[in-house]
Design a protein around this ligand. Sequence first.
Ligand code: F6R
Length: 369
Amino acid sequence: EKGGYDYFMLKEIADQPDAIAETLLGRLSDRGEIILDEVRLTDQDLRDVDKVFIVACGTSYHAGMVAKYAIEHWTRIPCEVELASEFRYRDPILDRSTLVITISQSGETMDTLMALRHAKEQKARVLAICNTNGSTIPRESDAVLYTHGGPEIAVASTKAFLTQLVACYLIGLHLAQIRGVMYADEVAAVVEKLQSTPDSLRTLLGQMEDVRALARDLKTASTVLFIGRHVGYPVALEGALKLKELAYMHAEGFAAGELKHGPISLIDEGTPVVCVVPSPAGRGVMRDKVVSNIQEVRARGARTIVIAEEGDEGVRAYADHLIPVPSTPTLLAPLMTTVPLQILACEIAAARGLDVDQPRNLAKSVTVE
Ligand code: F6R
């Protein structure tokens, strides 16, 4: 049932191209428009939205962080992301024109469920992004968009994360479309890129041998740092979370621009720093800034593991280890850049002789607050 893989996690990582394709299936018209008939909120309800909150935990929260960039960019509606466990205790400002989106693989996470109940009490509209049909969170929500990732068995979330991103992109594009913020051809252009991600991911998954070798090298590191900017920042947090939960190693993710405000002191001779580099497409300003952050950590002795777009030859000089990923538009890049980090964490844990699918102290579904 592991389909020839040693762990469910590796199988689920390999399933990601199909999981994305399934999540897109039936949600795009021939003209490249988004059809979300299952979202039981009327177009008028969605036109009235003046604020979006995304609430989730753990990896699902990281999907929400990525979604904020896409939703605000495409719809121009203010969007906040919050940890579900913090949300209701700070008395957030919610009303009928607030859309609260929960993201949960299991649909049973108690923190997320309690946040949703709080939002409903305050009369906000609640939309669930969920991977588990008929689970509690979608049942209690006004609307649901299911991710069609299929069952996820490994405790660490992988394909659920990528399909959550896809669902968030669909919602963002749908909102932009019905509110007339994006022209049909602009939506269609993004949709076309989304549709090509499964093939790009298959190519990427075929090039991961080097990451396995790297994992064997890193298995004794005392800490691993991850840096990224813009959507690469939540990817850095996700890479660090995966490594903590699977390999029981100290790992931390930072916004690359924050390094100089403190964390750069952590860099010592040989400290591994995984750097998520934005695409050089467009003006490439963000990419250049991250490259200078890489130079800064390297000058202080860091061993740099650089995840960058194929063809970005300029980064090679600063990379002790370069992991190229297929080119994707900036907002969609986490669909690519996350994958080597999932494999790295999985392979480091395996190299340390740990139970990859069932890390200690963790449960697949967290039904306590
Ligand atoms: C990490 C992981 C957890 C979950 C979190 C939320 O790999 O799996 O951080 O993402 O417990 O779970 P769901 O998405 O089921 O609400």
